[in-house]
Design a binder for this molecule. Structure first.
Ligand code: CLF
Ligand code: SF4
Length: 484
């Protein structure tokens, strides 16, 4: 196990003898092109498998924005890649570069430096590119990642190429300006402010041009789309087809978050976000066309760590500026080699299981097998390795007789507070995972076990790979003979 919180912990070999396939949105195993695999295998957003092992850091250097999305309150971070209502500490490029070198030493699993706000990075081009330049010069093994609304990308494509920025996210919520005018209240372009259809048309055209330029430059492009029920939910399947035809690598359809207290136009006007079922249904609908990202955490503009485990609070500006940069390429490479070895072992264990399956070592219910959802408490590394009461999110897997597929996550407040369980929190957790048949955790207390059972969610304790325990649960649930 390689918890990101402890860089000295030895990587533990998994004990899998059997289990299913843990296919994610972009499982690196399935990507035949070796070069492409190398480009994404350490990027936690572009590879679902990588997100269990590798971390990202965001540098909040870009305060201004050039458009107004109706789901954004400008007091907070850019909601295209962040949870609304989150405020990040702004850094200068020099402070951000120092922070990147500090984090790269403390968390060697951090492989990506992203700039995603708090406004739009390309509305702040000098601050954004200066930060990338400083980091690239001092930490050559860190990948540079940029997330933008795309309005100004065509102007900066040459600088993006020069800096070897290999991952660019564009947030594209529409290709029809009639839908766009319901999402954007204005666009500021070439010193003029536009509204309505005109604004949405300019933005759409610049985003389409950006897609073409990124493809021409062979830069991997992720497209984020915010799903807004009643506005663009039905339209996003069309967006998906267009971005695929223009060479986007992966599509990340994210739910609108619109609490009134965030003070956004949508929040104040009662526009709701999609529920998990609606989101999954749209993602499933689009998944036949191209790779879908389902593990996005809508993280802050100063997020640090594994995607599901934000450590930004440990690295406040004040603390970081007092810390010494301890970036060391050699020791980072050693940690990465250990992680890669661990990932290879997990992959081999899955292949072994697949071979057993076809050799008839296990009864697999014959078609059609029931698909069930499981909630998993994990600190990363593809393991069930967290106490139920410590989980701040549950990863959700869809399991049938032969496959274990990651489909999303549910954020919760952790149940165990200073050694005591919070009843109200438990109610919320049960509500959040109510559609799951079971919950897997390394330890679950007697009280939550009883409450979970009453709610029809079977608790299941174990410490092993997610695949193995998910299949063991499934077998028990179906009354199937053991695979061991
Ligand atoms: Fe950051 Fe975005 Fe790069 Fe990832 S996040 S700039 S691509 S390194 Fe990732 Fe966070 Fe989702 Fe963004 S989980 S909000 S998709
Ligand atoms: Fe807000 Fe980002 Fe939209 Fe700008 S691009 S208005 S910062 S969500």
């Amino acid at each position: 196990m390689t918890p990101i919180t402890d860089t000295t912990t030895e990587i533990r070999t998994p004990t899998v003898k059997s289990g299913g396939c843990n296919c994610g949105a972009t499982p690196t195993e399935e990507i035949q092109d070796q070069k492409l695999r190398e480009r994404i295998e350490k990027h936690p957003c572009y590879s679902e498998d990588a997100h269990h092992h590798y971390a990202r850091m965001h540098a909040a250097v870009a305060p201004a924005c050039n458009i107004q999305c109706n789901y954004c309150n400008r007091k907070y971070d850019c909601a295209n890649e962040s949870r609304p209502g989150v405020v990040s500490e702004l850094l200068t490029p020099e402070e951000a570069a120092h922070k990147a070198l500090v984090i790269a030493g403390k968390i060697p699993q951090m492989t990506v430096l992203g700039i995603a706000g708090p406004g739009d990075p390309l509305a702040n081009p000098e601050r954004t590119f200066r930060t990338f330049e400083l980091v690239a010069a001092q930490a050559p093994d860190i990948k540079l990642c940029l997330s933008t609304n795309g309005l100004m990308l065509p102007d900066y494509i040459d600088r993006i190429k020069e800096l070897n920025i290999d991952h660019v996210t564009l947030t594209i919520n529409m290709i029809d300006p009639k839908i766009g005018e319901k999402i954007y209240s204005w666009v500021h372009y070439r010193r003029k402010r536009y509204h309505g259809i005109e604004a949405a048309t300019i933005l759409r055209d610049r985003q389409m041009e950006s897609l073409d330029l990124l493809r021409e430059a062979d830069i991997l492009c992720k497209v984020n789309s915010v799903m807004i029920p009643g506005i663009n939910d039905e339209h996003l399947a069309e967006v998906n087809k267009v971005i695929q035809s223009k060479g986007a690598f992966v599509h990340n359809i994210m739910p609108l978050i619109s609490a009134p207290e965030h003070g956004t136009y949508f929040g104040l006007n009662g526009q709701r976000g999609p529920n998990p079922k609606e989101l999954k249904s749209l993602q499933d609908q689009c998944s036949g066309n191209m790779k879908m990202m389902r593990h996005c955490r809508q993280c802050r503009a100063d997020a640090i760590g594994l995607l599901g485990e934000d450590r930004s609070q440990e690295f406040s500006k004040q603390k970081v500026m007092e810390m010494k940069a301890e970036y060391d390429l050699e020791s980072r490479q050693k940690v990465h080699a250990g992680i890669d070895k661990f990932r290879a072992e997990i992959k081999a264990a899955k292949q072994q299981l697949a071979a057993m399956k076809t050799a008839g070592d296990r009864e697999i219910p014959q078609p059609p097998t029931e698909k069930i959802l499981l909630a998993v408490a994990t600190k990363g590394s593809n393991l069930v390795n967290q106490h139920f009461g410590h989980a701040k999110e549950f990863q959700i897997f869809e399991v049938d007789g032969s496959e274990v597929q990651f489909i999303g996550h549910r954020k919760v407040d952790h149940y165990c507070q200073s050694g005591y369980g919070e009843e109200a929190t438990l109610d919320h957790i049960i509500e959040a995972i109510a559609d799951c048949k079971g919950v897997l955790a390394s330890k679950i207390g007697d009280c939550p076990q009883e409450r979970l059972r009453k709610a029809g969610i079977e608790p299941f304790e174990g410490y092993d790979t997610i695949d193995k325990l998910a299949i063991a649960f499934y077998d028990q649930y179906q009354g199937v003979g053991s695979r061991e």
